[in-house]
Design a protein around this ligand. Structure first.
Ligand code: PEP
Ligand code: MG
Length: 599
């Protein structure tokens, strides 16, 4: 997270007199930023449309050749620059753009239109680009479908060169600017973050998986994308405060709003400083009880941040995010690439990949799905996968293939009974046999566990532990189902109580079942990352806690300052009490006494 530049000499950030505008987009790269808007207008290149006389055809083809050569040279220079500063991964995107310049589907077709339809090169380029984009639209594989925007970037570059316009102009950004654009090409985004002076990004288009999001996350630059008409609504120099976690943008915020953003920024900065200081220290109580702190991720781009915060592995990779906001599911190959990337990045540390938890609030193929009357209790997670075996098998095969690249733990969500676990395992076994027969190498250290997140699983945890290699408790759902509160419903949010006696009793009995069976037990719900509960979880005996990268340092700090013995006393007293309010008051008071400065 970076600070904005709207500071006077004494470091006060001032808001402006203009009315505040509040915009919403997709929180694509976490963190908070405040800065003055820099509007990068790259969207409109007007394409002249001209008919050619016969004598103009050859010179037009020559003009096209020159523009292609120039574009190629520019991309090659950019690629060199970016691979030096950003690493080869981003440079690959530009290499793909160069390939397109030489692709006969593109070049020959443009020439054909110039010769046969007698239209000028700019117009021909646009027509071919439109056709290619249409072809990409129909490819089922998201990875290739995403290349639609690449066609646009390449066509744009060629048209600008044909028109003799400046391409890749060195943008001289004021320090700590919030860059606002209709859309950003990967080259633009990489160039802009390279200098390090961008506080944040706001774009009209794009989403969580667009290149801008990936570049922003890799550089920890907060970003809100897909923000509608933000680039028209925000004026150059406006003070912009953005929250890249919640997808919120405030333009010219009030003093109070600014103060809140600054407070979030301050806390974030503090926790970042703590993260660096504690990165390599073990999460171990003063009497030597060690808990492994691991990370929750939704996308592989979060890996650098996890590693920077000292994650000792991944406790929950929510793979369903790869399936959202697209019409067709990712292919086995695309999934394999993502899982392999995560396993390799974690370099032998355990990586828990959860099979699809679609359904409920996470509906694939945006808009196509009929809404279930009661989605939280409907066809969700493992139920969804068992009802669509083909979809499930693609994922299982991708996981099995990736298993050679690290320490993989496959985890099934929302298991309610033994039959579901057996059914899921037998699908996995079938895929394993199939791949084994085909001679595909599989990993040796391969475990299969379950999320314990329903009251029924909690009550038969002793039995489930006989057939699962590990447990991970999903408190978000366990609490939702135990206390009968819809986690999406704001009206009942006040009833969400992780310290409800029923929840504590469930947790205790699940941990006991795991210990009795000799299998490790983890927690990956939000409760695991809240430092207030750290001693309760230490007392309960968790082997592992999984949370977002930013929460790791604070939880570790708490665990390192207490003994298991005092945590056990605290829990025993807490469980003597009855109401959730009493328990919470008691635990909060005790935690405040010990760690009032921990936040
Ligand atoms: C949970 O339910 O606690 C959990 C971690 O899973 P999700 O939030 O993805 O349902
Ligand atoms: Mg869950």
């Amino acid at each position: 997270m970076r600070r904005g530049s709207a500071e006077d000499e004494e470091g006060h950030v001032s808001s402006q007199a203009s009315p505040t505008l509040s915009l919403k987009g997709i929180g694509a790269s976490p963190g908070v930023a405040v800065g003055h808007a820099y509007i990068l207008d790259r969207k409109r290149v007007r394409t002249p449309k001209l008919r050619l006389a016969e004598a103009e055809v050859d010179p037009e083809r020559q003009r096209m050749r020159t523009a292609l050569e120039l574009s190629d040279q520019q991309l090659s220079d950019l690629k060199d620059q970016i691979s030096r500063t950003e690493g080869p991964e981003h440079a690959l995107i530009l290499e793909a753009h160069r390939l397109m310049l030489h692709d006969p589907m593109f070049v020959d077709e443009v020439n054909r239109l110039i010769v046969e339809d007698r239209i000028n090169a700019e117009w021909a380029v646009r027509r071919v680009a439109r056709k290619l984009k249409h072809l990409f639209d129909n490819i089922p594989d998201e990875y290739f479908r995403e290349r639609r925007s690449d066609v646009e970037y390449v066509a744009d570059r060629v048209v600008r060169n044909l028109l003799g316009q400046v391409v890749d102009e060195e943008v001289s950004l004021p320090d700590h600017a919030v860059v606002v654009a209709h859309d950003l090409s990967p080259a633009d985004a990489a160039m802009l973050v390279r200098g390090g002076q961008v506080a944040g990004f706001v774009t009209d288009l794009g989403g969580h998986t667009s290149h801008t999001a990936i570049v922003a996350r890799a550089r920890s630059t907060p970003a809100v994308l897909g923000a509608g008409r933000a680039s028209e609504q925000i004026s150059p120099g406006d003070l912009v405060a953005l929250d890249g976690t919640r997808g919120i943008i405030l333009v010219n915020p009030s003093e109070e709003q600014l103060a809140l953003f600054q407070e979030t920024m301050r806390r974030h900065q503090e926790s970042e400083a703590r993260a660096l200081a504690a990165k390599d220290l073990p999460a171990q109580s003063t009497d030597g009880f060690r808990i492994r702190l691991v990370g929750n991720i939704e996308f592989p781009e979060e890996l650098p941040s996890l590693l920077a915060h000292g994650a000792e592995g991944i406790g929950l990779y929510r793979t369903e995010f790869m399936f959202l906001d697209r019409k067709t599911p990712p292919s086995e190959e695309e999934q394999y690439r993502a899982y392999r990337q995560v396993l390799e990045a974690m370099d032998g540390r355990p990586v828990t990949i959860r099979t699809l938890d679609l359904g409920g609030d996470k509906v694939p193929g945006k808009g196509r799905h009929e809404k279930e009357p009661n989605p939280a209790m409907g066809l969700r997670a493992i139920r969804y996968c068992l009802s669509d075996r083909a979809l499930f098998r693609v994922q299982l095969r991708a996981l099995l293939r990736a298993s050679v690249h690290g320490h993989l733990r496959v985890m099934f969500p929302l298991i309610c009974g033994m039959s579901e676990l057996r059914e899921a395992r037998s699908e996995l076994e079938a895929c394993r046999t199939e791949l084994g027969r085909a001679g595909v190498p599989l990993g040796k250290r391969f475990q299969v566990g379950i999320m314990v997140e329903t009251p029924s699983a909690a009550l038969i945890a002793d039995r489930l532990a006989q057939e699962a290699d590990f447990f991970s408790i999903g408190t978000n759902d366990l609490i939702q189902y135990s206390l009968a509160i819809d986690r999406q419903n704001r009206e009942v949010a006040y009833l969400y109580k992780p310290l409800h006696l029923s929840v504590l009793r469930s947790l205790r009995s699940i941990v006991t079942a795991a210990k009795d069976a000799g299998i490790p037990v983890s927690m990956c719900g939000e409760m695991a990352g809240d430092p207030i509960y750290a001693l309760v979880l230490l007392a309960l005996g968790f082997d592992e806690l999984s949370m977002t990268a930013g929460q790791i340092p604070t939880v570790k700090n708490v665990l390192r300052q207490a003994s298991r013995e005092e945590a056990t006393r605290l829990l025993a007293t807490a469980m003597e009490l009855t109401t959730a309010e009493e328990i919470e008051r008691y635990v909060r008071t005790e935690m405040d006494k010990r760690f009032s400065s921990e936040g």
